[in-house]
Design a protein around this ligand. Structure first.
Ligand code: SF4
Length: 174
């Protein structure tokens, strides 16, 4: 199971546990709109795209990997990544959409089998493939890219939180 698509045994961020400071979501959003920060984040995405193009893992577009409960894993992201997606949505994420996603055990951005935020999805979604022959490749790429994203936080003094996708999205939804 690749990196941020963690197994059920991974520690799960829970509301109220290690919660970031109250204004952290606003700071993440501000950072996600800064050209220098975005350029570095998109550089990581471009690297992943090139590595994926070179390795060519199989994607059957089954959509199963976005159905977390059914597939038996969780998607973990950083606060900055969640803000990057939120800041670029064509319309605000509705609280009901997030509730529905939780209820069905999936992602609020999955539409039928497809990702409706493909261009702005978090990095773990870019690295993860259900191709069993690429597990080790994914794990190594994931760990390396997570270090790069952590470094972006450090360079720009951005609060670092690594948590379950819907938990983080919930911090931006009112
Ligand atoms: S953001 Fe897109 S690729 Fe990632 S879990 Fe959601 S629907 Fe799937």
């Amino acid at each position: 199971m690749g990196g941020g698509r963690g197994s059920r045994s991974r520690p799960r961020y829970a509301s109220g546990v290690d919660a970031p400071p109250e204004n952290a979501p606003q700071r993440w959003l501000a950072a996600a709109r800064r050209e220098d920060v975005v350029a570095e984040l998109e550089c990581v995405f471009a690297y992943i795209a090139a590595a994926t193009e070179s390795r060519r893992p199989v994607c059957r577009t089954s959509g199963r990997c976005c159905k977390f409960e059914e597939w038996g894993h969780r998607l973990y992201v950083t606060g900055l990544e969640a803000a990057y997606t939120i800041a670029r949505l064509p319309a605000p994420l509705a609280p009901t959409a997030l509730d529905d996603a939780r209820a069905r055990g999936g992602c609020p951005f999955q539409v039928e089998k497809l990702c409706s935020v493909h261009a702005i999805r978090p990095f773990a979604c870019r690295v993860y493939f259900c191709d069993e022959t690429s597990t080790e490749w994914q794990r190594e790429l994931y760990e390396r890219m997570l270090r790069e994203i952590r470094a972006i936080h450090d360079r720009h003094s951005i609060e670092y939180r690594y948590a379950e996708w819907r938990e983080l999205l919930g911090m931006f939804v009112t």
